[in-house]
Write a protein that binds this ligand. Structure first.
Ligand code: ADP
Length: 164
């Protein structure tokens, strides 16, 4: 079982093996946490991402962390929330699971996640937290996972999901 803890802060400051990026399918760098990660990692991250030729929703691809304190960035495009009937829950679960698989493949022990899809992509926060927490906790590998909530609402929602 992966171990899960929660902090509030900026994921670009995470000192560990890997951070996960809530990317878009083009891996071209956008707003939100994606923009923050690209700014902090430097322009080499964009060059590395372009060589990956995109990533389907729910899958995950790895680059180095370049100027970030983390060694790797695991890029996973979350589902854009429509009404829940377009496989959004399954796709969000896939994001967490495939990101954790990439972490294991790259011999990572410490991994940080932002709250995937609950920003610009509009996934309902409480439901997204339940999926994140159960998928991480059920993942069978000795990983230390940190959820990095940027804002207080996200922090409180994860705290609730973790104690439920
Ligand atoms: P998505 O497009 O998957 O919804 P967003 O980047 O819009 O992704 O939002 C995902 C979450 O990341 C939101 O909770 C947002 O507040 C948060 N976020 C934004 N910047 C950072 C950061 N520097 N560190 C951690 N989380 C961040």
């Amino acid at each position: 079982m992966a171990d899960l803890k929660l902090i509030q802060g900026d994921i670009t400051k995470f000192k560990g093996d890997a951070i996960v990026n809530a990317a878009n399918t083009g891996l071209v760098g956008g707003g939100g946490v994606d923009g923050a990660i690209h700014r902090a990692a430097g322009p080499e991250l964009d060059v590395a991402c372009r060589k990956l030729h995109g990533c389907p929703t729910g899958e995950a691809k790895v680059t180095p962390g370049f100027n970030l304190p983390a060694k790797f960035v695991i890029h996973t495009p979350g589902p854009i929330w429509r009404d829940g009937s377009f496989e959004e829950p399954k796709l969000l679960r896939n994001c967490y699971e495939n990101s954790l698989k990439r972490a294991v493949e790259n011999n990572c022990q410490t991994v940080a996640f932002p709250s995937i899809s609950t920003g610009i992509y509009g996934y309902p926060l409480a439901d997204a937290c339940d999926i994140a927490v159960s998928t991480i906790r059920h993942f069978d590998a000795p990983l230390q996972v940190t959820m990095v909530a940027y804002d207080e609402a996200t922090y409180n929602a994860f705290k609730k999901a973790m104690t439920a």
